[in-house]
Design a protein around this ligand. Structure first.
Ligand SMILES: [Mn+2]
Length: 285
């Protein structure tokens, strides 16, 4: 037992990951994308629809994000849906709409890749490549993500332990991509009222174990739009480096995740609330 291990019992357990461990990189990592940075004082908000559905929908969302000062637009062009009969996404056409929105409104774009083929397209058109909860342990995909020159938003699997999540990040780092943003999006527990259970404790735990920035997705955790703002406030209070929130111009008509999507006035309200919380904990949004 070294002196450090005695002083910090939580990190005394031998960890299977190295590159993403704070033991080997004591300072916080900062992941830079365009003119923003994850892991500095500013809490980065990403918002937009679950799925890209049409030009009108994407442009309306992008215009509103620009108006609110939300720097990153989200929107899925490839949708890993629980049912094979649900809307599967617009594919490359959706990516082109996101890129068009970026040009028009100056927002950065985060969107999900679901396999090797979509990864090549997403890496070409988006600013941040998202790996979704269902692909967190798709190790071949993680290796490929290690070789793309774009930052990755790595969601926690819905039944993954923190160590398994950090091992997934280690795959990406070990294959050459150190620009990893971790995203807690709720885990499956016995509770059924919420879609998942948001693991707020993941924020301080991961920040102790790893130097990587951590963002919170309260939308997929809650499953209901009314619970998104309180969870977002809690996340900022607990030290999250960012939020990713589903917002739709008309949630009632959303092709995916409408019940958990905020409308524009609700997002505006949430932004005011989280700004107050950020100030209270010495951060900005
Ligand atoms: Mn969604």
């Amino acid at each position: 037992m070294g002196a450090t291990e005695t002083a910090e019992p939580m990190v005394s357990v031998r960890k299977p990951y190295r590159l993403v461990s704070r033991d080997f990189h004591p300072e916080n990592s900062v992941v830079r994308v365009g003119n923003i940075a994850f892991g500095e004082n500013r809490v980065i908000v990403m918002s937009g629809p679950c799925a890209v559905e049409s030009r009108e929908q994407v442009m309306a969302a992008a215009e509103f994000m620009h108006h609110l000062g939300v720097p990153v637009l989200r929107g899925g062009a490839y949708k890993p849906r629980t049912s094979p009969y649900s809307f599967q996404g617009m594919g490359v056409e959706g990516l082109k709409l996101l890129a068009e929105a970026r040009e028009r409104y100056g927002v950065l774009v985060v969107t999900e890749a679901v396999d090797h083929e979509s990864l090549a397209h997403v890496a070409e058109w988006a600013d941040i490549v998202q790996i979704g909860a269902r692909n967190m342990q798709n190790f071949e995909l993680l290796k490929a993500v290690g070789q793309v020159g774009k930052p990755v938003l790595l969601k926690r699997g819905l039944a993954a332990t923190i160590d398994e999540w950090l091992m997934a990040a280690e795959y990406v780092a070990a294959h050459g991509n150190p620009n990893i943003i971790l995203c807690e999006r709720g885990i499956r527990t016995y509770e059924t009222k919420t879609r998942n259970t948001l693991d707020i404790s993941a924020i301080p735990v991961v920040k102790q174990l790893s130097h990587l920035p951590v963002v919170i997705d309260p939308s997929h955790a809650a499953g209901q739009w009314q619970w998104v703002a309180p969870l977002a406030r809690a996340a900022v209070a607990a030290g999250a480096d960012g939020l990713i929130i589903e917002t739709h111009p008309n949630p009632a008509e959303a092709l995916s995740d409408g019940p958990q999507s905020l409308n524009f006035p609700h997002l505006e309200e949430l932004m005011q609330e989280v700004k107050r919380v950020a100030r209270a904990v010495g951060r900005e949004i």
